[in-house]
Every structure is written in C-alpha cells, then in structure tokens.
Design a protein around this ligand. Structure first.
Ligand code: CA
Length: 759
C-alpha cells in the first residue's frame, strides 16, 4: 500500500477433510499473529490478530494502538487497550465502523491510555476461531467469531470488582444501556471517506446483570453515572459486575438498521449460550475451509506457514451484505448509502489483489466469485465507476483499472453470472474517463495514453507504471471481447494492448519514463525508485507485461538476454536510490533486508517475475526461485511476511506457490509452474472433484521437476489449465536435486503470450 494513500483517500457440501496430519485440526496450524511485528518504517505484514470467519463482515482483534491509528496491534507493544470490531485491510488505510470493549478492575478508567493493561505473549492464544489473553491484572478475555459478530467472555479474578468500557472510537457514536435486558445497543460512525449514511448498528447481550452502569464521553473523559444514553463524538458506555464475575457477551453489528442487528443476532448467535459453542462452530468452519487444500509430506513449520497464509488469504472477499427474515441477501451500499438486494463485498485494492488473491478465490470459491462480478457491476450503477480500491466505498487508490482483470479472469474460468457486454462497457467508460477520486478511479492520463500510446512522464506521475498496467488491462478488455464475440471492443482494445512497447528503451534495456515529445527521462538509473514508477524502480517494473511475455522477451533481445536480465535482478546489489520518494520507504528497506538483489517481493510489481523463466526456456530456475522465496521470505511468526501483506495478496502468492503454480496472467486460464512445497497436495474443488499433486521425492533439496505426468500421460508443459484442475485429476511429479534442463523448454511448452495467439 502506498504512503500517499494517507493523503489521496478521498472517496466516495463439501465433506472435506477437516483433520489432517495425525488428527491435528488445520485451524490449529494458523498463527494469527503472523506479520504483526510491523511499524511505519518496516513492515513484516502490517497485519493484526484477526479473529474472524472466512470472508466475515466484521472481524475482532485486540488493540495495542491508539484509537484511530492504523497500527492497531503491534507485536512489540505490551499493553492492550481494547478488543475491537475491525475491518482494516492495511495499516495505511486505517479502519471504519470500529468500537471496542475493554475489561478493567477496581477504579473505573475510561481513558484509552489509563485503562490499558500490560500483557505478555506467553499468556496469549491467537487462532482464527479463538483469541484468548490473560492480562497482567489477571482478567482473561476470550473471543470467537461469527460472520457479523463475536462471542466474547471476560473472566474477572475472584474478589475483584470488574467492569467493561465500551469505547465509541473516533467518530460519532451512540449508546443505549438496557439494564433490565443486560444489553447495550447503539451505533458507531467512523472512518475516513466513509459514506455519510454508513453506520454500524451494534447489539451486545450479556449473560450477567450489571451492578451499576453509566455512559462517558471521550471529550474530557467525562463519566456520567446512572446515565443510560449518550450520543456524540466518542460517546461510550460502562457497566460493572459483581466481584469475580465471568460474563459472556454476544455481539453483532449491522450496516442496515438496528432491527437488522437484532435479526442477525438471532441468526448467528441466538442458539449459542456458551462461548465454546461459537468456538467449536468457528473451528469447524475453518477446518472445512482450510481442508480444501490438504497438504501432506512436509515439515510442521511449512504447514504452519501455509495454513497461516491460507487463513489470511481467506479473509477476503469480505462480505458487506446481511440476510433478511427470509434469508435473502441485501445490503446498504457503501457507495450510495441506499438499501439494495443481493450481494456486496468490500475491503480490497485491486492493484494488489488482481494478481493472486482473486485468482485463488476464482479457483476455490467460484460461486462467491460470481457474486463478486455482480457486485462490481452494482457498484458501477451506484457510484458511476467500477471499483478499484473499496474501503468500503471507492478510494481510487494506486493505479490501473483492474476490475476488468477480475471480469475476464472469471469469464475464462467459466463464471457466467454477469453480462460481459455490461462489463466491457463499464471498462470502456473507465478507460476513457477520469473519475472524481484517486488515480485509479477511471484512468489517470487516459487522453495522453490514447493519443501517444503511453502516459507521458514527467507530465503525469507514475506514468510508466500506468502505461504498463493500462496495456495489461486493455489486454483483458480485448480477451473478454474476443471470448464473447464482441468485435467492437475487441478491435478497440487490441490496438492498445501492446502499448507496453512504447515505454521500453532499448538503449538501456529498461522500461523508462518518456515525455510527451517522446524523449526519455534524463539521468536514468534503474535502481532509482518512484518518478515514472509506482513504489518501485525499473528493475521491478520491467516485468509488468503479464499478457505478452513473449513480446517482452523480443524487446529484451531473445531468450538468453531475457534470462540473463532476470538472473541479474537477483545478483545485482540490493542498493537503493530513493528518487522521488525523498527518503527510504518501508518497501525499500524490505528489499534491502531480503538480500536478494533487486528482487523486492515485499511489494506487488515483481511478485510474478520469477515465474517468467518458464517463458524463456529455463523453467528450472522458476522452480528453484519459487522454493527459495517461500523458504527465505515467509514463516508463520510475527515476522512472517517480507512486506505489507495487502488484503490477502502476499498470502495468496504463497498459497498458490506452495501448491506448485502461480497466476501470472489473470484473464487467461493458465497457472504457471514453480515447484510445489509439499510431497502431496489434495485440492478439493467446489464441484466436489479433487485434483491431486504427488511430488515424489520432494524435499528442501529436491526442488526441481524431473518428470511430470498428468493423469498418467507425460506432461511437459510449464503451465496447467484451469479446466484440467477443475475436472479433477492427478499430476505426478518426480522431484530431483538436479535441474532438468531439457524439460519444458520447447515453444509448445511455454505459457500464454497474446502475441503468439491466432489474432
Ligand atoms: Ca504493497
């Protein structure tokens, strides 16, 4: 996520194996603390210990950071100040519709600093379905999630007078205490750029009576005894219990109405009387979900990393809909504030997630993904533009118009829930207009791009990165038009999808900034960040031609030169010139720390790059590099990511790579091979079929594919088609410690490039 986000945020069936590995619950492999040891200057994930169900609308987390701070939980801090409802997908984007509960003992402290209590990680359990911490004041908090709420339990030590503070957070909030019903209701309305009508209406039901109660106001930390209602900025509530109480609290929130919150409460929590019930249900849900990809024949630590990443990838697509009395989905639009029927999703930036996170969903959850396609077209109707950075409305952050990548990828993978013509029309509108929000709302520089065939620099910032991504998006437009017999749009976009060539400078062998007169930017240095590039340099952006790697190989001078250039990425010094950023940004520090030359896996532009060896006749190098990156740059600890996790993207890279392949070019039906991490993978698809990869002899040394058979037929291609996976089947690999340099090298074995297709 980019730093300038802070300023540009301006909006608008399966009986799967639930148990594996000697009877151990798969959910128990997940460490939700993965990546939490992060700060502004250096990210190890920028995650928080998310306690949630897959795709859940609200998540819950302990809070170490100040109200309103994007760093809500930092592993190195030792005080918790609340347990909060959260949705944040990046520390750079902050959060919306947050409130928190904090237990205390003795004298009432409402102020978030004063009420904070120290804790130690040894007294903490951080699982997807269950979070527990005993603070140093001996109060224990437990949480188990539902899709739109949580079941919490606070255990106060014997003899102590315990209380709970409800914090209404940073914006407008309203609370109402119902002492006779052991209940608190209200709403919170906070977050930058959120639609003014968007409120989260909460209901919290306790199973023990309050011995006293009142409200408070964050302004001056004023406490009001016996008061039952309060509304205002940061308005909150407090309730006290008899000494030594163990109190359970069930809570849900609705964006639709207080009445819907009560209905959702019944739907999700009505039948539970004990936290253990919610916990067991949540664990079962996660085990089913994680069991969709069953890994065997690997180390316990690799299993922990894999399932922790799979967990993180599975928090998105985040639901933004609720169910009415009849069980029909509906939602309050984060775009127009009105109520609509159907499904809506939010909390993702396509710049990050079109690459692997959405392709992973398309493979595992095509039904949900089909609903996502409908939701994108609904968003277009509601705010006039396709989404690009939803949080929960439209932010337009980062670059590109990648909604079309999602549409085309869904279509080529058989999803037929949407009208492709409507999608193409919406994309055409994106590509020929500039929207009111950030640079990725509509197309920044669209006129120049259309007239010149590239976005000029310095006339337009990050112009070369934009050209590269627009050309890929235009390929997606072309591909969807071609696949659906839409000659009009096929013709338009086919003329633009090779525009990447217009920013390639053969004299330096790099993509470069180029002004409107056609002159290259002066004083070029490939290690200089920013300028014509987004969060990277020319070493990173040279590879952003997902759809025509063959064309890129041609520009770079053929297979050998292309491979030499790729090798150089890893072998040149990991030096940084800060360029237009003016100082080290965390992505630079992360690249330096990774110590893999200019390979900057901590950020998105280069994440697909190592798979490109397959396109130039040296697939064994992709196999080796994929394993090296998995081993070196990921683990299941608080330092477990090489940079920002980014809404499931950096996790999805690992999930797909550990499966043995990667979605280099979404919008095609191919996954390009690396090297699977485990001895056996069993993928259970939504259609009930299974695709198994047996990697015989696989271990940390035997990373090379010596031989492959797909359904008992010799298989030399360096990619596999979506259709071959979803049909079910078996891929048998023979692994080796020596590269098999003649396998998969012929032209016919290479993955998709549009310039090699019949036009
Ligand atoms: Ca990033």
């Amino acid at each position: 996520m980019k730093r300038s986000f802070l300023t540009v945020f301006s909006f608008c069936l399966l009986a799967t194996q639930t148990i594996a590995q000697g009877g151990r619950s798969l959910a128990s492999y997940v460490n939700t603390l993965q990546g939490t040891n992060s700060k502004h200057e250096l990210t190890r994930g920028n995650t928080y210990p998310t306690t949630a169900l897959p795709f859940g609308m609200h998540t819950w987390t302990p809070q170490t950071g100040r109200n309103g701070d994007g760093w809500k939980y930092q592993y190195f801090l030792n005080k918790i100040r609340g347990f909060q409802q959260a949705h944040q997908c990046s520390s750079w984007s902050n959060d919306y519709c947050v409130f928190s509960l904090m237990p205390g003992t003795g004298k009432l402290e409402v102020n978030e600093e004063k009420r904070a209590v120290s804790f130690s990680h040894k007294n903490e359990t951080a699982l997807p379905h269950y979070y527990k911490v005993t603070l140093d004041n001996k109060v224990t908090t437990e949480m188990s999630p539902t899709e739109r709420g949580a079941f919490l339990r606070f255990s106060f030590p014997k003899g102590t007078d315990g209380y709970l503070v409800l914090d209404g957070y940073t914006g407008l909030s309203s609370v109402e205490i119902h002492p006779k019903e052991n209940m608190i209701t209200g709403f919170v309305q906070n977050g930058r750029g959120v639609h003014p009508d968007l409120k989260s209406h909460f209901v919290i039901r306790f199973d023990k009576p309050f011995s006293s109660w009142g409200t408070w106001s964050a302004k001056g930390d004023q406490v009001f005894n016996d008061s039952v209602t309060k509304e205002g900025r940061g308005a909150g509530a407090w309730v006290r219990f008899k000494p030594g109480t163990v109190v359970q609290a069930r809570t849900v929130s609705s964006y639709i109405s207080p009445e819907q919150a009560l209905l959702t409460f019944e739907q999700e929590l009505g039948s539970f009387t004990r936290l253990e019930q919610a916990k067991a249900k949540a664990e079962e849900t996660w085990n089913k979900h994680l069991g969709r990809i069953k890994m065997e024949g690997g180390s316990e630590s690799d299993l922990a990393t894999f399932y922790s990443c799979f967990f993180r990838a599975s928090l998105f697509s985040r639901q933004f809909y609720e169910y009415d009395e009849k069980g029909e989905p509906y939602y309050r639009s984060p775009y127009d504030g009105k109520i609509h029927k159907g499904y809506m999703f939010t909390d993702t930036g396509f710049w990050d997630t079109f690459r692997a996170q959405f392709p992973l969903n398309a493979l595992l959850y095509p039904t949900m993904h089909g609903r996502y396609m409908q939701a994108m077209l609904a968003a277009k109707e509601q705010c006039g533009w396709l989404p690009s950075w939803s949080f929960p409305g439209e932010a337009g952050s980062m670059i590109g118009n990648h909604a079309i990548s999602l549409f085309t990828d869904a279509w080529v993978k058989g999803i037929r829930t949407f009208d492709p013509k409507a999608a193409l029309e919406a994309y055409y509108h994106e590509a020929t207009n500039k929207g009111p929000w950030g640079p990725a709302n509509g197309r920044h520089g669209w006129k120049e791009y259309f007239q010149l065939g590239y976005v000029p620099y310095p006339e337009i910032g990050e112009a070369t990165a934009k050209t590269l991504e627009y050309a890929y998006d235009d390929f997606c437009g072309y591909q969807l038009a071609k696949e659906t017999g839409n000659g009009f749009y096929e013709n338009i976009f086919s003329r633009q999808m090779y525009n990447y060539k217009n920013v390639y400078d053969s004299s330096t062998g790099f993509m470069r900034g180029r002004n409107a007169k056609g002159e290259w930017s002066a004083n070029f240095d490939p290690i200089e960040w920013g300028g014509p590039f987004t969060e990277g340099n020319a070493w990173h952006w040279d590879w952003s031609v997902f759809h025509d790697v063959n064309g890129l190989i041609g520009l770079l001078g053929g297979d050998n030169r292309f491979v030499t250039k790729m090798d150089s990425v890893f072998s040149v010094p990991n030096a940084v010139k800060v360029g237009s950023y003016g100082g080290m940004i965390h992505e630079m520090t992360e690249m330096v720390m990774a110590n893999m030359g200019q390979y900057a896996h901590g950020n998105q532009p280069i994440q697909h790059m190592l798979y490109l060896y397959n396109y130039a006749g040296q697939p064994w190098k992709a196999q080796q590099k994929a394993r090296e990156v998995m081993a070196k740059l990921y683990n299941a600890t608080e330092n477990g990511y090489p940079g920002d996790e980014d809404q499931g993207q950096t996790s999805s890279w690992y999930v797909l790579s550990a499966m043995g392949f990667y979605s280099v070019c979404p919008g095609t039906d191919q996954y390009v091979f690396g090297s699977p991490l485990f001895g056996k993978m069993t993928l259970t698809l939504e259609n009930g079929k299974q695709f198994v990869i047996n990697a015989k002899g696989n271990n940390a040394s035997n990373v090379y594919i010596k031989e492959a058979k797909l359904n008992n037929q010799s298989y030399t291609r360096t990619y596999i088609r979506h259709g071959d996976i979803v049909a079910g089947g078996q891929l048998d690999l023979e692994m080796s410690a020596q590269p098999q340099t003649s396998r998969g090298t012929s032209a016919a074995d290479r993955p998709f490039s549009v310039s090699l297709q019949p036009q």
